[in-house]
Design a protein around this ligand. Structure first.
Ligand code: SAM
Length: 281
């Protein structure tokens, strides 16, 4: 991948698009209100040992540490070493409300003991996993969480990703043309997460959909985040088998996303699901 492509795709050193720390920080700040409400509603309890599985740059760690408190503990794992290094540096400068230990590793084969945690929290990660990897990952979550503990998985469902007044059908055709792109298929799975948890042997205790919606006029950070997404989609569209008119439209959007974002009735929408399962006692 060229330097320019990795910037437009915001990829990690391990090749996951929309996973760089700059993109993740922006995303978290834009959706902070909704994201933090979702974490608070997941059911984590004071004193618990929680695994943040696919922690990225650690955006959820400060609030998570407040929820589990000084008697709790967090372990955080991610595949991308740059994320784990950055969290280590930030913890060296400012400690959180509970002890946090970090590790580089893969969710598909977790380096932890059976029943070691009271809960797993995994946000925006399952979209990157193939069906086979997700099956193995959920089995790992069930293995490392004690009976009665919880597995909370949050992820996007791009079937409702909208940049109105852009026609949603333009987006649907792009998604349709992406058949075979594992990340896009994974990002369509959000609504099915409860089924995945049930099939992994968990008792589903929560299913919750959240819509992050931002109407014009957008704040500067929101504008920058939405522009990043539009440039990403435009770059992706250039290599897809789309009708010429769609290619031209995506090209124009990528060249000047602000023209769309500054529309007086612009509305950005992204939808995600929180599914929480309990490990059988
Ligand atoms: C979109 S980011 C989400 C990060 C964080 N949870 C958040 O919501 O801000 C996805 C993260 O999943 C990590 N990841 C992808 N596949 C992984 C795997 N198999 N094992 C561990 N981490 C993985 C990537 O490195 C990236 O940091």
């Amino acid at each position: 991948m060229t330097h320019q492509a990795s910037e437009i795709n915001h990829s990690t050193s391990t090749g996951h698009n929309l996973g760089s720390s700059t993109y993740l920080d922006k995303h978290y700040q834009v959706a902070q209100f909704e994201y933090e409400a979702t974490l608070r509603s997941a059911g984590l309890q004071p004193g618990w040992h929680v695994l943040d599985a696919g922690c990225g740059g650690g955006a959820f760690l400060p609030l998570m540490s407040e929820i589990v408190g000084a008697s709790g503990k967090i372990s955080a794992i991610d595949l991308a070493p740059e994320h784990i290094n950055a969290i280590g540096q930030s913890l060296a400068e400012k400690s959180l409300a509970c002890p946090v230990e970090t590790r580089v590793g893969s969710l598909v084969s977790l380096p932890y003991e059976n029943d070691q945690f009271d809960a797993v929290w995994s946000a925006n990660v399952t979209q990157y996993l193939t069906d086979e990897e997700l099956t193995r990952t959920l089995a790992e979550f069930v293995r490392v969480v004690r009976p009665g503990g919880i597995v909370a998985v949050k992820d996007v469902d791009i079937s409702a990703w909208q940049f109105q007044p852009l026609s949603p059908t333009l987006m649907w055709r792009l998604i349709e043309a992406c058949q075979g792109n594992g990340h896009v298929s994974g990002a369509m799975r959000g609504t099915h997460l409860p089924t995945w948890l049930r099939e992994a042997g968990l008792k589903v205790i929560k299913r919750q959909t959240t819509l992050v919606e931002r109407w014009s006029p957008l704040q500067p950070l929101e504008q920058s985040y939405v522009a990043d997404n539009l440039k990403f989609l435009s770059h992706m569209a250039a290599d897809l088998d789309l009708r010429p008119k769609d290619i031209a439209t995506w090209h124009a959007i990528g060249e000047a996303p602000e023209q769309l974002i500054n529309h007086s009735d612009f509305c950005y929408r992204e939808m995600y699901i929180l599914a929480v399962g309990q490990v059988p006692s």
